[in-house]
Design a binder for this molecule. Structure first.
Ligand SMILES: *Cc1c(COP(=O)(O)O)cnc(C)c1O
Length: 404
């Protein structure tokens, strides 16, 4: 399936707007949305050829669709990988990754700080199929090296993490993976290719939740894996065809258009986030701010090297309190005093979102597990959007300046 003919050497910003399949016979300027489950074939020979090799053309929507292919080509161009494959959700992409690469008896090394559902998939669900996972520190590379076994097939990382924005060293993890014949997959949800391109640092595969910044406006669920054609086409393609975690054409179309503004949104939202982080650091009711763009962040220099000099749009902070109960009361007060930001648990939206991780995303952990993960009752996470910075600051001050 041919992409639009473009000159070589275009900048990434241009590829984000221009990469797609050829327009249809009508010459539409904005990429078309093909809502169809099946594709009519000209004759039996063509049909047979396409069934034997899906790269030859479209047959059935579970296998591929032109709008989905345009999204995949554009995302791959932005990540700098040979290919990409869409999935119904970010978790669908991780399921596809595991189904394609792992079998009973294999071993995975995964950061202890990855997205909660990712933890459950590796820790619980795949255990049922005889895949064992060792969870290690996000930041201590020695723990990753020490966890390697003869049957280690996959290292899985996410950086920066949710909600504490811990950063891992992608190049160091890639070296460990390749030293033991394993692959490194990086969940690039928080940075997106606008800030961080893990394969340039040695990662083999990049995972996306398109639900977050790729769409960027909180409209649809989507996911993807980016990587070399030999894995995307030959390993993951058959998994999607048989298991059916296919990306819907409508959702692919929404995210395809979202990608056109990804870079400019990430620049603007990161700038807003840095300003919010600096402002919070100076507020007396705040005891600690977690943001890779701050000099006080433990992996600030690594983050600036890995993330195009930007911190991303997620900022977390602890409000003061004398004990867990008072911290929680104070955190709830700050969240509930906001009149502009949304109280919600997702992120990656142009609308700023404020949330209390200890009672939402991390609510099912025991207090001890939460302590170990560093998720205190005073912790608040902001996914900073595109509102005017002064309005975001004022919204936070409504609660911070009126704490008892
Ligand atoms: C949201 C998220 C996912 C899962 O994506 P869905 O599209 O919700 O399935 C995976 N990883 C990270 C880091 C996320 O934030």
């Amino acid at each position: 399936m041919q992409g639009k003919k473009l000159p070589a050497g275009l900048h990434r910003d241009t590829l984000a707007v221009r990469t797609a399949l050829e327009p249809s016979q009508y010459g539409e300027n904005s990429e078309a949305l093909y809502l169809t489950s099946g594709f009519v074939q000209s004759d039996s020979e063509t049909m047979a050829r396409r069934f034997a090799n899906p790269q030859e053309g479209f047959t059935y929507g579970r296998t591929s669709n032109p709008t989905v292919t345009s999204f995949e080509q554009r995302l791959a161009a932005m990540e700098g990988t040979e290919a990409a494959i869409g999935a119904s959700t970010g978790m669908g992409a991780i399921l596809m990754l595991c189904m394609g690469l792992l079998k009973a008896g294999d071993h995975v090394i995964c950061s202890r700080s990855v997205f909660g559902s990712t933890m459950n998939l590796f820790g619980k669900e795949f255990g049922k199929f005889g895949v064992e996972t060792t969870f290690v520190s996000q930041t201590d590379v020695a723990q990753w090296r020490a966890a390697v076994r003869p049957n280690t097939r996959l290292l899985f990382a996410e950086t920066p993490t949710n909600p504490l924005t811990d950063v891992c060293d992608i190049r160091a993890l890639a070296d460990i993976a390749h030293g033991c014949g394993a692959l490194l997959a990086v969940d690039n949800c928080f940075c997106s290719p606008a800030l961080q391109r893990p394969t340039e640092l040695g990662a083999d595969l990049v995972i996306h939740s398109g639900t977050k910044y790729l769409d960027g406006q909180g409209r649809v669920m989507a996911g993807a894996i980016c990587g070399p054609s030999r894995l995307i086409v030959d390993v993951f393609g058959p998994v999607v065809r048989t298991a059916g975690m296919t990306l819907s054409p409508f959702n692919a179309w929404v995210v395809l258009k979202g990608l056109e503004t990804l870079n400019i949104r990430m620049q603007a939202q990161s700038a807003n986030a840095l300003a919010v982080a600096r402002f919070l650091e100076r507020h007396p009711a705040v005891s600690r701010v977690y943001y890779p763009g701050l000099e006080s962040h433990p992996q600030h220099e690594l983050a600036m090297r890995q993330q195009s000099g930007l911190g991303g749009a997620v900022v977390s902070f602890d409000v003061r309190g004398t004990d867990p109960q008072s911290m929680r009361t104070n955190a709830f007060h700050v969240v509930d005093s906001s009149q502009v930001m949304s109280i919600a648990t997702n992120l990656g939206d142009t609308k700023s979102i404020i949330t209390h991780p200890a009672t939402t995303s991390h609510g099912r952990l025991t207090e001890d597990q939460r302590q170990a993960a560093g998720i205190g009752q005073g912790l608040i996470r902001l996914a900073v959007g595109l509102e005017h910075i002064d309005d975001i600051k004022a919204d936070l001050l409504r609660g911070l300046d009126t704490l008892a």
